[in-house]
Design a protein around this ligand. Structure first.
Ligand code: AMP
Length: 398
């Protein structure tokens, strides 16, 4: 079965065509600047160089058409015709409380996703446009929705309710939802498989540390808590997002700087995190590492503050689960940033675990990085959200 995995943003569309039987990625690509001048399509068939084509894409349907044309192109395509696409898996950011797992898309499902648009106004409408464009061009191909929030739906009330009037939950469903669920689920399962254990017997903390970052507590294979909230702004300090802060700061700074709530949220989403903390050095951890190494104090403190917050979340999830067996690092920083992992590891010795510097000296590999004999196993497991979406799509389409 060939599965087309689509991750559609407001002006971009990422895709992979995966042979689900061999788990080979046959081709992947990215359409950028959809609906804006200067559109760009990058297409990469397996084992070949990237092909970049400058072409305007007035809407997402045009972008999907370009993708399908590239996949079936006589010279650089990887399939003969569209009949070789057996199903499409769509990443959908917010499934609210309606979806606790992936679903086959029909009109009813689409209407239910639309009802969640309010909770993710930047993402869900774009995701839906992607679904509708694909349905228009491939009307007979089954489509599956895989939600970023679904894995976290097992959280108990005590983890997902905020300490605000219950009426806001009753009326508006204001609660913690959590995101990166596909990644947390995939990495937690791989952690158990890699260690040769049954996930039902394990307490795992997954640290998804990328440009966006979140931690989750997975007890017996079920998510019991996660750091992102109603939106992806809560939790860890991220590349440009602030993560947790005293909500009164909003009004305080807004008053001083004459900013609206919308403008303040823009500051917290786009200008904060390690970018803001480092006084503008960068949101990218490679740049920050280089700046810190060459003596930039603000970059150094940003990295220290980042690691400290990750360690505090880990500590709180050890408490939430009354123990932990494995702590796994994933995503761009978690998989590749040796010094960030080492800094976080410094805080974990109370758990009877220590990072082995030689084992930690790796990037992007499934590896145990803790010393032999550690009570808690520390690991790196590269995430693969696309493969997870493809597998879930197959499971629903077979
Ligand atoms: P993601 O959002 O998962 O793609 O993660 C992006 C972050 O991962 C950026 O801050 C990168 O600096 C960081 N990253 C990616 N590769 C490396 C690397 N080789 N060394 C250090 N940081 C890296």
């Amino acid at each position: 079965m060939n599965i087309l995995v689509i991750n559609c943003g407001s002006s971009s569309l990422k895709y992979q065509l995966i042979n689900a039987d061999t788990e080979e990625v046959l081709a992947k690509g990215l359409c950028e600047r959809i609906g804006i001048d200067g559109g760009m399509h990058t297409y990469q068939p397996k084992g070949a160089d990237k092909i970049k084509t400058q072409t305007d894409m007035p809407d997402h349907t045009k972008a999907v058409q370009l993708v399908l044309d590239a996949l079936t192109d006589k010279n650089s395509g990887v399939i003969a015709d569209l009949s070789e696409i057996d199903a499409v898996g769509h990443r959908i950011v917010h499934g609210g409380e309606k979806f606790s797992g992936s679903v086959l898309i029909d009109d009813e499902v689409l209407a239910a996703i639309e009802e969640c648009n309010d909770l993710a106004p930047l993402h869900n409408p774009a995701n839906l446009i992607g679904v509708n464009s694909c349905r228009k061009l491939m009307p007979n191909v089954p489509m599956v929705a895989v939600f970023d929030t679904a894995f976290h739906q097992t959280m108990p009330e005590k983890a997902y309710l905020y300490g605000i009037p219950y009426d806001y939950y009753r009326k508006y469903k204001v609660r913690r939802y959590g995101f990166h669920g596909t990644s947390h689920e995939y990495v937690a399962n791989r952690t158990a498989e890699f260690l040769g254990k049954d996930i039902k017997d394990m307490k795992i903390i997954v640290c998804h540390l990328g440009n966006g970052a979140s931690v989750s507590a997975v007890n017996g294979g079920k998510c019991v808590d996660t750091s992102m909230g109603l939106t992806p702004l809560e939790g860890l300090i991220m590349g440009t997002r602030s993560g947790d802060l005293d909500p009164a700061i909003l009004e305080f700074i807004a008053g001083k700087e004459n900013l609206s709530i919308r403008e303040m949220l823009n500051v917290l989403n786009k200008k904060s995190g390690v970018l803001g903390l480092s006084d503008g050095v960068s949101s990218d951890f490679r740049d920050l590492g280089e700046a810190a190494d060459s003596g930039n104090t603000r970059a150094k403190v940003a990295l220290e503050t980042y690691a400290y917050h990750v360690a505090k979340y880990i500590g709180s999830y050890v408490a939430a689960m009354n123990g932990v067996d494995a702590i796994t690092f994933t995503a761009g920083v978690g998989e590749n940033n040796i010094s960030a992992r080492a800094m976080i590891g410094e805080y974990l010795t109370y758990l009877g675990t220590r990072i082995d510097p030689a084992r930690n000296n790796i990037r992007g590999e499934e590896t145990i990085i803790s010393e032999d004999g550690s009570k808690v196993t520390l690991l790196v497991i590269p995430t693969d959200e696309e493969m997870s979406i493809a597998r879930q799509t197959v499971a629903l389409c077979k």
